[in-house]
Design a protein around this ligand. Structure first.
Ligand code: SF4
Length: 460
């Protein structure tokens, strides 16, 4: 009900964010750490932060998320959390036996200035890190950036913690996966296999955040990039970084450390971004595109052609992570839809320019904004000014969808009130067909619900 009082009177705001289109940095760091086999994420801060990170991930992925916390008290908040982290590292290796602990900071530990490098070094000197085990880390102050920044920081932390160069290049490509679902990571690996390109993907949350029910609880499910693979990424011949916001820093770090050239592309969402991904795989993997891949592309094209009449000219509001929004805006414009409102809570000067490039002048009326004030309140105000036919974004859009009676396709993070996102991919050509299915279903469900008796059709 509250949202019904949102006005269309947009005023420039400097300090106020209402219903942000982002969440906190450590959540991204925790998700990236779960993409390493045998890794226990550790939140260096209060228990409250850690339970928020874990519960948000659990609610989205419908899987238990294990993580440690330094359990700050008033004392550690004043005098620093070194003693807590040293004790945690000791306890975690003794009790939970991970191969790796991936530590990230929180607002509190950043504000008091805890130095993770020094504390982890001390843990090593004190013999608290058993031989053959790893403690990696990253800094994730949540008063800057977003969950995407936290993901990017931990992916870079993975490179810093593991990558080594033996001096000899392998035939493998690194795929540095942006923040996508475990199903998307599995689909990217399937595409690479179809292409005949050997890859090392990291992080890889498939079989971790969508682990099958096997009757017994496995604290460390079988998925995730292995230590051996993560060390050897320094020998790969090239890195394909998928999603600039989430992966570019890691690709640069790997190049600086081990001289692995890289290219940064969009997440393969939609027709053209998938085309570019396939072309990059063919080029750097030195293979030809096989018929199976061309056939999948042809199927996506066929669905687009068959259903174009329902898509043409439809106005869409989009919100979420920059790496999702850029290829998604391009895909919608390719469908002759009109992504007219696009907001992202994640910072980045390049965002607007990249969306404009993706739209290529096809939606001149588009309003685009990112950063702290690019929130769901602004999105709602724009919609009040001039409505849209479709909403695409995370669960937080459901209030606007209800208030405005607008069809809503859930996509991105977090999705707290539906399932399917972690099992069915949206990347690649097959993912494009799934996105189309969801969009068309949303339109047709509304049409069925609202059409008068004389135009209620069995066949669409
Ligand atoms: S205090 Fe900071 S790190 Fe902790 S939950 Fe809040 S935003 Fe995240």
């Amino acid at each position: 009900m509250l949202l019904r009082h949102t006005t269309k009177d947009v005023k420039e705001r400097k300090a106020l964010t209402i219903n942000p289109a982002k969440t906190c940095q450590p959540i991204g760091a925790m998700y990236a750490a779960l993409g390493i086999h045998g890794c226990l994420p550790h939140s260096h801060g209060s228990q409250g932060c850690c339970s928020y990170h874990r519960s948000t991930l659990s609610r989205h992925y419908k899987e238990p998320v294990m993580a440690g916390t330094s359990s700050f008290t008033e004392g550690s908040s004043v005098f620093g959390g070194q003693a807590n982290l040293l004790q945690s590292i000791n306890n975690i290796f003794e009790v939970y036996e991970p191969d790796i602990i991936a530590v990230h900071t929180t607002c509190l530990s950043e504000t008091i200035g805890d130095d993770l490098v020094q504390i982890i070094e001390k843990a090593r000197d004190d013999g608290k890190i058993p031989f053959g085990k790893y403690v990696i880390h990253c800094n994730t102050p949540s008063y800057v950036g977003s969950h995407v920044t936290g993901y990017a920081n931990m992916v870079k932390g993975i490179v810093k913690g593991f990558a080594e160069s033996s001096g000899e290049k392998s035939k493998k490509l690194n795929i540095i996966a942006g923040w996508v679902e475990p199903s998307d990571m599995r689909e990217i690996k399937r595409i690479c296999k179809m292409m005949g390109v050997e890859v090392i993907m990291f992080p890889d949350t498939s079989d971790v955040m969508d682990a099958p029910q096997i009757g017994t609880h496995e604290f460390y499910p079988r998925g995730g990039a292995t230590i051996t693979d993560l060390i050897s990424v320094g020998n790969s011949k090239h890195s394909l970084a998928l999603g600039e916001w989430a992966t570019k820093d890691a690709a640069v770090e790997l190049d600086n450390r081990c001289k692995v050239n890289f290219s940064v592309g969009e997440l393969p969402i939609g027709l053209k971004a998938t085309d570019r991904f396939i072309q990059a795989l063919a080029k750097y993997g030195e293979v030809k595109v096989p018929t199976e891949v061309n056939d999948e592309r042809g199927r996506l094209l066929d669905v687009i052609t068959d259903m174009h009449q329902y898509l043409h000219g439809k106005r869409v509001a989009l919100w979420g992570d920059p790496d999702h929004l850029i290829p998604m805006a391009e895909f919608l414009a390719d469908l002759d839809m009109k992504p007219v409102y696009i907001v992202s809570g994640s910072n980045g000067k390049e965002f607007k320019a990249k969306i404009e490039k993706a739209l290529d002048g096809r939606v001149p009326e588009a309003k685009i904004k990112n950063g702290a004030q690019a929130d769901m309140f602004l999105m709602h105000q724009w919609i009040k000014e001039e409505p849209v036919d479709l909403l695409i974004g995370n669960t937080y859009g459901k209030y606007i969808a209800r208030d405005e009676n607008t069809p809503f396709v859930r996509m991105g993070f977090p999705i707290l009130d539906r399932i399917g996102h972690s099992y069915f991919p949206v990347v690649g050509y097959m993912g494009g067909i799934r996105l189309l299915e969801k969009i068309l279903n949303a339109f047709m469900d509304k049409q069925d619900a609202e059409s008068p008796e004389e135009s209620f059709e069995l066949v669409m």
